[in-house]
Design a protein around this ligand. Structure first.
Ligand code: F6P
Length: 528
């Protein structure tokens, strides 16, 4: 069903035409209850969307759009395990991974094995091939097999287990793995090869390098591999072919999408970094958000609100990008994680029926932690003339309390969202005594919409809650646009071409099937 032809969409289009020229200054002046009207609290999380360019009418119409798109029906299909990833014939059940006592037996069994594995490494029971204790873990994976655990391990540095360092390698560029191996000791290093398919080129090349490095140190003793390699995968045949013992394989299932997989065995590196109890807290925080997602009425459903605001900003107000600005250094990898989650899920132009969409479903997601971004790209958001909706994410209490740092950080966060919303008028600039010739440069147009998310603090539970919030936003956005958020065919063409090009990089060969630019570049690289 193409939403664009529904009365709800048409009503929003008419409404948007009258609202587009209105300024947040006016909207705030008109409605003294704006913060109360457009903020929601749930389980300690505060979502303030009063600085979005909406009115009560907009909100009402957006909720009508959600109903027209049957978001309740789609959510139920997902929770019931229907194969809503229809192009791959797969169910979408990442919620089941963190369902606690209600999780399927196979999920609980793998979690139990992960727990035992963590305990044996943390306690020093797990030993390397010479009997040394494991001091370093290297997660080798890419995309969904890297971004989640890497981001979360960084975010939860305050919970870092003592005496164990966890590293992440993703890029096929040897500049990623080589300097790391140079400072590690093979006798005390454990590699986790994280790959759902176990066919991903980058991961297999890095894994082969790690294996060769280990075997070189172990005088070719293949038995060493069993003590130093773990696989996280759905592909048992491939893990066996690589030489990883079945006992060291932690499985998950095809109904877990790569970018939704950090709650599965893919989270093992994270669990090792923060400890099993904290990992369980992460799952519990996500579970609490799952319950909210499944049961909160539409008008109070936090992930739905985020998705509806995205449709409003992207389609009706014309934004092309969306910034994620965590005022938390610990969340520095969150924008990268959300890039995959949101853009690989909803960066699509075809609806479920294979028809072209009549709009852009997903903006370009980008961002950096504040306050660093303020000294870099905020100039453009303030005065660059482009509509850039922002998500500000802040913590009421610091995860690393120290002197006056946190009040200063929070003050900057609040100041930026206010400056972006309300700007600075010519009158205000004049009143500040600015000479007339500098006036044009000192005016801030404002009217940049933003949402502020306030977490009580950053810990495993609140992180789980935050990530599940964005996962469900991603789901709702796909449901609103009637797209399949769970496939990613757009990444395949480049992979296929790379396989065809690679032999020509190292050897002369027939390149006539390629375009003139590719041939020219191959020639410059010396491969012809
Ligand atoms: O190329 C994209 C992708 O398929 C992602 O969806 C996935 O997270 C990543 O590659 C890694 O895949 P795998 O876990 O199978 O190695």
């Amino acid at each position: 069903m193409n939403l664009i032809h529904t009365p709800a969409w048409q009503a929003l289009a008419t409404h948007a035409a009258s609202l587009r020229s209105r300024h947040l200054r006016e909207l705030f002046a008109e409605d003294t209850q704006r913060f109360t009207r457009f903020s929601r609290q749930h389980d300690g999380l505060l979502l303030d969307f009063s600085k979005q360019r909406i009115t009560a009418d907009t909100y009402h119409l957006l909720l009508g759009l959600a109903a027209a798109a049957d978001i309740d029906g789609w959510r139920q299909k997902m929770l019931d395990g229907e194969a809503i990833n229809h192009t791959e014939g797969r169910a979408v059940r990442h919620v089941a991974l963190r369902a606690g006592n209600n999780a399927p037996p196979e999920v609980r069994a793998v979690l139990e094995r992960m727990k035992t594995c963590c305990e044996s490494i943390h306690s020093g029971t797990w030993r390397g091939y010479t009997g040394e204790r494991i001091t370093d873990i290297v997660n080798i994976g890419i995309g969904g097999s890297d971004l989640g655990p890497r981001m979360a391990a960084r975010a939860l540095a305050a919970q870092q287990q003592p005496d164990l360092r966890v590293h992440f390698v993703a890029n096929v560029d040897s500049a990623d793995i080589a300097p790391l191996l140079a400072r590690l000791n093979p006798r005390s290093t454990l590699f986790i090869i994280a790959s759902k398919t176990f066919t991903t080129q980058e991961t297999l090349i890095n894994a082969a390098t790690a294996r060769a490095w280990l075997l070189a140190a172990a005088a070719g003793d293949e038995a060493a591999v069993a003590r130093h390699f773990i696989a996280l995968s759905t592909a048992r045949e491939q893990t066996r072919a690589f030489g990883i013992a079945d006992d060291n394989v932690f499985e998950f299932w095809d109904w877990v999408g790569g970018r939704f997989s950090m709650w599965s065995a893919i989270g093992l590196s994270l669990a090792l970094a923060i400890g099993w109890r904290q990992f369980e807290q992460l799952l519990a925080g996500a579970r609490a958000m799952d319950e909210h997602f499944a049961s909160a009425p539409a008008a109070d459903n936090l992930p739905l609100i985020l998705a509806l605001l995205s449709v409003w900003n992207t389609h009706f107000l014309g934004a092309r990008t969306a910034a994620v600005l965590p005022y938390s250094q610990s969340l520095e990898r969150l924008p990268a994680y959300l890039q995959q989650l949101e853009m690989e899920s909803n960066g699509k132009q075809t609806d479920r029926e294979g028809q072209p969409l009549s709009g852009i479903a997903c903006p370009v997601v980008w961002g950096e932690p504040g306050t660093n971004g303020q000294h870099s790209f905020y100039q453009l958001i303030h005065q660059g003339g482009q509509l850039i909706p922002c998500d500000f994410i802040a913590l009421t209490a610091s995860d690393f309390p120290l002197h006056s740092h946190h009040p200063s950080l929070l003050a900057n966060c609040l100041a930026q969202s206010a400056a972006l919303a309300f700007g600075q008028t010519a009158e205000e600039v004049r009143a500040a005594g600015v000479p007339e010739n500098l006036l044009p440069f000192k005016i801030f147009p404002g009217n940049q919409p933003s949402t502020t998310l306030l977490l009580p603090t950053l810990n495993a539970w609140t992180l789980g809650q935050l990530l599940a919030l964005y996962e469900h936003k991603t789901f709702y956005l796909g449901a609103l646009w009637n797209i399949n958020s769970f496939d990613q065919w757009g990444v395949e063409l480049g992979k296929t071409l790379a396989r065809r090009i690679e032999p020509l990089i190292t050897q002369t060969g027939d390149d006539s099937a390629f375009d003139a630019s590719t041939r020219g570049l191959l020639a410059a690289l010396g491969g012809r």
